[in-house]
Ligand binder design. Structure first.
Ligand SMILES: Cc1ncc(COP(=O)(O)O)c(C=O)c1O
Length: 444
């Protein structure tokens, strides 16, 4: 047995894989990774066009993070959350310098789902209300709280046990408007719909409206202009908290520190993870407004985790935040995003199957269709395995040509590390363009 065969066998014999049947998988055995590239055991190079799961924002293999983590481990790896460390305080301070104005205190968690769960719990505790309004086309994590808050179909197999009091609303999905409207001619039915749902549910019972700062795995559905401002006004009118999920859209992914920074509003709570440590160590945070923070000056904050503010994770996060700044990664994300927009516009004119491209900074997704007029998707929402035949061929081609990216239903995600340059974007888009030729054959 070769080394790589043994690695694959050990993984498939003794470990379980997420979100898939266990037989017949052919995962890439990654030996090392550097910058925007992964390398397998045959030294085949893959350009990582989804930054892992949209988390490795600074790129792979940054020695500065390794050094910071090792140094912290040599001093102290773990203290209970009731003790403090230098690095925890420094991270809190650094984070407060990049978060929206007035959000200055963080509770550190272990991942995105634990950030979301704690944000939901806090919104309920703080307001004394129980309902949470969230979007159908959103994923907020795989814990019961996160799954129930999201509307993403990954919840459906487990939804008989879902957590209560989550109410879902339609998305402002302009390419496929659920209200049959056309952007520019519409009356923002996506907002009046939420107003109506609030009336039905009793706004006095609603603790929070929860939305991603910028939509991610549901298809990078862009919020129309002023959508968030209108949501903020609705929240203010009814004393509802605006909670933004910045797990995927945070830390430069959209060309700003946080996705919500693109919308000119200040949320009450941010839940974040992924880019906080750029995937080097699992970590997350719930960041709250000064008003919420001070509410707990004299009453207990009934939230907690063994690994809250883990000092090694804090060290990784602190270094990652410095790297974003020292290496100008966030302005690069904005600039490279514009370059991608221009290049995909050119691809649109040569590929009849590209129906739409939605992108903010480096959080983008191509939507493939069988017909640009009818917008019939190349694979439907929540596609069953047999409906994925064409997209599976596209995905296989992408991999064969040396790219790792996230392909879901009729979506191909373009969300590379923020350190990517124009040549690497050209290299990646050339692969995608070649693979999309397969889908072009099915256009009718
Ligand atoms: C928007 C959003 N929220 C929450 C999560 C959950 O994060 P985690 O997988 O770290 O629990 C994800 C994961 O992809 C996400 O995209």
């Amino acid at each position: 047995m070769t080394e790589v065969e043994e690695i694959l066998k050990n993984n498939s014999d003794y470990t379980l894989f997420s979100w898939s049947k266990q037989k017949g998988l052919s995962p890439i055995a990654v030996k090392r990774a550097k910058g925007v590239y992964l390398y397998d055991y045959n030294d085949k190079k893959y350009i990582d066009f989804s930054s892992g799961l949209m988390n490795v924002n600074i790129g792979h293999g940054n020695q500065r993070v390794t050094d910071a983590v090792v140094k912290q481990m040599q001093e102290v790896s773990y203290v209970t959350p009731s003790c403090v460390t230098k690095v925890r305080g420094e991270l809190g301070k650094k984070l407060a310098s990049v978060t929206p104005k007035g959000l200055n205190k963080a509770l550190f968690t272990v991942c995105g789902a634990t950030a979301i769960d704690n944000a939901i719990k806090l919104a309920r505790l703080y307001t004394g209300r129980h309902k949470i309004i969230a979007r159908y086309r959103a994923f907020h994590g795989a814990s019961y709280g996160g799954l129930s808050a999201g509307g993403d179909p990954r919840k459906l197999p487990a939804d008989s046990q879902q957590a209560p009091n989550f109410i879902h609303v339609e998305d402002p999905f302009c390419y496929r408007c659920p209200f049959g409207q056309t952007f520019g001619k519409c009356q923002y039915e996506c907002i009046s719909h939420i107003e109506r749902v609030l009336e039905f549910e009793g706004p006095q019972n609603v603790a929070a409206i929860l939305m991603e700062g910028e939509s991610g795995s549901s298809g990078c559905i862009k919020y129309p202009p002023n959508y968030f401002k209108q949501l903020r006004a609705l929240c203010d009118k009814h004393g509802i908290l605006l909670v933004v999920d910045e797990v995927m859209s945070g830390f430069g992914r959209t060309g700003k520190w946080f996705g919500i920074d693109n919308h000119g509003v200040t949320p009450d709570i941010i839940a974040t993870a992924k880019g906080l440590t750029a995937g080097y160590i699992p970590f997350g945070a719930v960041i709250v407004s000064d008003k919420i923070a001070s509410h707990y000056d004299d009453i207990p904050l009934m939230l907690g985790l063994t690994y809250s503010a883990h000092s090694v994770a804090c060290a990784a996060a602190l270094e990652v935040l410095k790297i974003y700044e020292d290496e100008n990664m966030i302005s690069n994300a904005s600039e490279m995003g514009k370059y991608i927009d221009k290049k995909v516009e050119q691809l649109k004119s040569i590929h009849p199957s590209i129906g739409d491209f939605r992108n903010t900074g480096l959080l983008g997704c191509i939507e493939l269709v069988k017909n640009k007029t009818t917008k019939e998707p190349m694979a439907p929402f929540n596609a069953k395995p047999h409906e994925m035949e064409i997209m599976n061929k596209v995905a296989a081609k992408i991999k064969e040509l040396g790219m790792y990216t996230f392909v879901r239903w009729n979506y191909i995600f373009i969300a590379p590390p923020l350190c990517i340059n124009k040549e690497q974007i050209d290299e990646g888009l050339a692969i995608i363009s070649e693979a999309i030729k397969i889908a072009d054959e099915y256009v009718n």
